[in-house]
Each structure stands twice: as C-alpha cells, then as structure tokens.
Write a protein that binds this ligand. Sequence first.
Ligand code: DAU
Length: 346
Amino acid sequence: MNILVTGGAGFIGSHLVRRLVVQSGHYVVNLDALKYSGNRANTQDLDGHARYRFVHGDIADQPLVHSLLQEHEIEGVINAAAETHVDRSIVDPGSFAKTDVVGTGILLEEARRARVKRFLQVSTDEVYGSVEAGMSREEDVLAPRSPYSASKAGGDLLTLSYWTTYRFPVMVSRGSNTYGPNQYPEKFIPLFVTNALDDQPLPLYGDGRQRRDWLAVEDHCAAIERILLNGEPGEVYNVGGGNERENIAVAERLLALLGKPKSLVRLVEDRPGHDRRYAVDCRKINRMGWQPTVSFDAGLKATVDWYRQNESWWRPIKSGEFRAYYEAMYAQRLKEGLSASSSCGS
Ligand code: DAU
C-alpha cells in the first residue's frame, strides 16, 4: 500500500513509519512539520530507502497535502500528527485546536477529494475523560477535560462525520499512554528517567496516585497498522496496554531500575484539571486478533536502557528548547514542593 503517515518524525510516528516500511513492505511518505518534538534523527536510518520519502511540511498546508496525495498515489492515510502534551495545552490551547482540529480537517478533506481508500485518525483514550471506575467503551459519550483532549475529541468527531456524511472510509484508534525509545522528554517516563540519570528531582504531580495504562510503542504501532488494514469504516478502536499503574509506582520502579534513591521523587503542585484515571475496554480490537505483547517490566527496562545508552539523543533536547519550558513549568513547583510531605522518603 502507498501510505501517507503524518507526524512520522515524532515518537509514535517514527516507530510506525519504520514498521510499515521495513517490516511490512509498504511505501511510506512521512509528512512532518518538525515542530519542537519532531526530530529528523528519529527516522534517519530510513533516509535513502527505496520505499520511503520524508517531506517537511504541515498537515494544514492544503496545496502541499493535495500534491503529495496525487504524486505518490496514496491509498491510505494515517494521521499521527498532533500537538500531544496536556501541560502545554494548558498554557497554549490555541495551537492544539489549530493542529488537532483544523489541521485534521484539512487533511481529511484532501484525502476524501483524492479518493484515498482508508484514513486512520490516531487518537487517545483521554477523549473519554477521567474514568474513576470501569473501562471506557468505544461508544461512550466523550467527556474531554483538557484543551488537548478536547481538541483530539474534535478531531475524532470530525473524522467520524466523514463516514456518516460522505461514506469516506475512516477509522479512529484511541491509544493509552504510550512509552518507549525516542519519546520527547516532556512526557512522564522519559522526563523521570533522564532527570534521575542526572540525580535531579522527579516532579510528581499531586499525590502521585493517578492511574495510567501503559502501552509499549511497538504494540501501539502494530495496532495502528492492523486497524488501517482491517478496521471497519466508521468504527473506533480502543488500544490499551493492560498495564494500569499508579504514577508513584512507575516512578519508584524506574528509580529501582536505575539504582537511584526514592528520595529523588518530589511531590509538586498538581496539573490543573488532572484526570485521575484512564482505562479502556479493548475487546473490540482483541477480536481483530491484536493483543499487547510486551510486558510492562520488560518494556520499561528496555526503555530505561535505551535512555541510558542514548544520551546523545536526549541531551541536546534537554539543553535546547526544552530548558525554557522546564523552567517555566517546574522551577516554582519544585521550589515550593507540596506542603508537609515534599518528598516520598528514601
Ligand atoms: O492517555 C494517552 C495520552 O497519554 C496521550 O494522548 C498524550 O498525548 C500523552 O501525553 C499522555 O497523556 P498524559 O497526560 O497521561 O501523559 P504525561 O506523560 O504527561 O503524564 C502521565 C502521568 O504522569 C499523568 O498522570 C501526569 C503525571 N506527571 C506527568 C509529568 C510530565 C507527573 O506526575 N509529573 C510530570 O512531570
């Protein structure tokens, strides 16, 4: 299949592009705007491959998208381009609406006009909102609570409307918290691992008892490919790792793997509107033959080892754009800590 992957220089996108080209033998055009978290180094190994093209550009650039779809005779589109970080959406909500809703709309419309055969919108379990108990099903009413998740929900609904309205064959995947190599260090796991490697404090929000379901990036990419190829048009598919953990437990596990003391954990002021828990019911994609294959213990260890061995990847990031972001997001919080217990003991 000739596939256009957007956001293919990002974390999930780069793993996905490699899988599609090398493992599955597809022809892939990777369109990426190379914003702060897009990184050419993530797919450098593919440059020059006969079944791969990289194009620097935005999904909202209608003429560019139009010409790429024609020129490469694209049959499938996977939209993995997005603004993804909840904390950034709280300080800059506009860029999220722009990329995750408007950009998605432009890409969708061009794909429809080009009569692309299948379109997959890569979304998130966050669109269901915080789930105190039970599991979110694909048909649940959406209740996003951050500018990020609200923008993603907008993108999902717009995508699904193309099936109802035009019978344009779209699918939506809703993945849980994904982890692995090459993840930008603003996210919980790479931030905590790289901070710990430098003996810096790990800023754990609130009481650290929020729960997330951790999904290995390779399992997530396998699910995305399966949905693109075998999903039913107009359908949504939850994709979870089956590894629900409290944040504090993940932080302590990372520290144990690194041989660092628990006293590095610092409880800090919570994220506004912080969702307590996400959990997705994955029976629908299980019925399509997909199951996660990576155990959390093995996946976490491999991820920690990757960051340990690839300082040349993350050090330039942490000393560049990220530095000002970290300062603005964490300096005051870390100074103040959280009232009585500002650390979790050693
Ligand atoms: O659930 C899927 C979503 O997972 C994706 O759609 C998002 O793009 C991705 O960013 C992620 O969202 P989260 O907000 O859950 O991920 P994050 O890595 O920011 O945080 C994971 C948990 O750790 C969350 O409960 C907040 C907490 N946390 C995070 C950071 C960055 C901390 O306690 N301290 C931190 O410094």
